[in-house]
Design a protein around this ligand. Structure first.
Ligand code: CP3
Length: 404
């Protein structure tokens, strides 16, 4: 560890707070048996306007994932995969058909909970990530969002001040209530040693979709908007910082122990813009979350940051950096202080390819990060064409370390 002591684990034992809604338990039948979280944590969120208080002493992190996030190097790195739920799983394709649209699916707690648990049951990952999407936030801000099948997201693009003024100032929290309900149910349904991750998109990435109205290869519409109308763009980013911070705080309060901020389009920004639209907003967002939820662990994923990665070193509120496939492990190890856990970064295409090449790459990732607190992951999301056996093989090879 570096200069500062690790923050305590975000879970504590204690009396059960009132739980919202009716938590229907979906039995967990995977490795570890049908167990639920035995302890409920006290409310760890600092109420609006209140001073930051020190809650009761938390228990030590039992979950290997949370221990790694606290900076403790594990003999076997904990493992989860971005997009570990989704179309490559036949059981996901089955339940996906039960909702008319992808957003309906995300906003139906029973389906979101089931989709979150499916990869845990099948593969036994160390962390479950809430099944949802980063674009529920623009939806809750009143922008129209739709997912066309096979064609990615479509939003009503924001062209000017008038477009911006049509957004709500505060997200419609009722619209997002099913997300919190899903987390509430998940914290009961998950086994004790599986951590629960919530997430949001980083302001820059969410703004990229809001401006362009769709995914683009290079976020050119948002970059151009930011050059032409920097003040207007700053207003949008500031509003996304506030809305995302409140969204993450509410996810933490509903049961998410770790929070990942996805900046999938960070890599298209030149240095000045990277500082202004990627690093500064993530720093502000993380600081706001930490002020209200000091026990939340935060992971940032600045995909494509490359040589600009070290700019993240100064963000005190972030616990881990998730690395994309393009980052050489030893470069990240040298660029980022030891207080950061490092997460990543196997190529999702190596997982599609399988065979000896996959085995070699798994070893390379394990070796590359072995001097650090490491969370095994991909460098981006699981691809829909990924064979299930390759994920099983990955799990077996990473877990083999436990026996060595
Ligand atoms: O398992 C998990 O990781 C949790 C679920 C999750 C989804 N999206 C489900 C999803 C998470 C964490 C996301 C994040 C997300 N969404 C990001 C950041 C990470 C990244 O991939 O860069 C982004 C940029 C989005 C926006 C988005 N959502 C796009 C561009 C698309 C279309 C592309 C695609 O893969 O289809 C989506 C749709 C989406 N989000 C799907 C899933 C499973 C596919 C929709 C379906 O099943 O019909």
């Amino acid at each position: 560890m570096e200069d500062e002591p690790p923050r305590p684990s975000p879970t504590i034992s204690g009396s059960s707070p009132e739980r919202r809604g009716s938590a229907t338990l979906i039995p967990f039948t995977g490795a570890g048996g049908p167990v639920g979280r035995s302890e409920e944590r006290q409310s760890l969120v600092v109420p609006q306007g209140a001073m930051k208080v020190s809650p009761a002493p938390p228990r030590l992190p039992r979950e290997p994932f949370l221990a790694a996030l606290a900076g403790q190097r594990q003999r076997t790195p904990p493992i989860w995969l971005m997009r570990q739920a989704g179309r490559y799983l036949p059981e996901y394709r089955d339940i996906r058909a039960k909702a008319a649209t992808f957003l309906d699916f995300c906003y139906t707690p029973a389906l979101a909970v089931e989709a979150t648990l499916q990869p845990i049951r099948r593969f036994g990952f160390d962390a479950a990530i809430l099944f949802s999407d980063i674009l529920v936030l623009p939806d809750a801000l009143g922008q129209s969002v739709a997912f066309e099948s096979g064609d990615g997201p479509r939003l009503e693009p924001i062209h000017d001040a008038a477009g911006l003024s049509r957004l709500r100032h505060e997200p419609d929290w009722d619209r997002l209530a099913p997300v919190f309900e899903a987390l509430d149910r998940l914290k009961v349904a998950l086994p004790d040693d599986v951590a629960l991750i919530g997430f949001c998109g980083a302001p820059w990435t969410v703004a990229s979709y809001m401006i362009a109205g769709r995914g683009t290869p290079d976020s050119a519409p948002a970059r151009l908007f930011a050059y032409r109308h920097p003040d207007l763009f700053a207003t949008l980013i500031d509003r996304l910082v506030d809305a995302s911070a409140e969204y993450l705080i509410r996810q933490f309060a509903a049961g998410a122990e770790a929070l990942q901020i996805f900046d999938s389009w960070a890599g298209v920004l030149p240095p000045t813009e990277f500082e202004r639209w990627c690093v500064a907003p993530i720093a502000a967002l993380a600081a706001k979350v930490q002020a209200k939820a000091p026990y939340a662990r935060i992971i940032a994923f600045p995909r494509g940051a490359g040589t600009q990665l070290r700019k993240f070193a100064r963000i005190a509120e972030i616990d881990a950096i998730c690395l994309d496939t393009g980052v050489e492990p030893r470069v990240a190890v040298a660029a980022l202080p030891e207080r950061f856990a490092l997460q990543g970064n196997l190529d999702p295409l190596a997982l599609v390819a399988g065979g000896p090449r996959l085995d070699e790459d798994i070893e390379r990732v394990l070796k590359g990060f072995e001097t650090r607190a490491h969370i095994f992951n991909l460098g981006h999301g699981v691809l829909p064409e990924t064979p299930l056996e390759h994920v099983e093989r990955l799990m077996a090879r990473v877990r083999r370390r436990r026996e060595l």
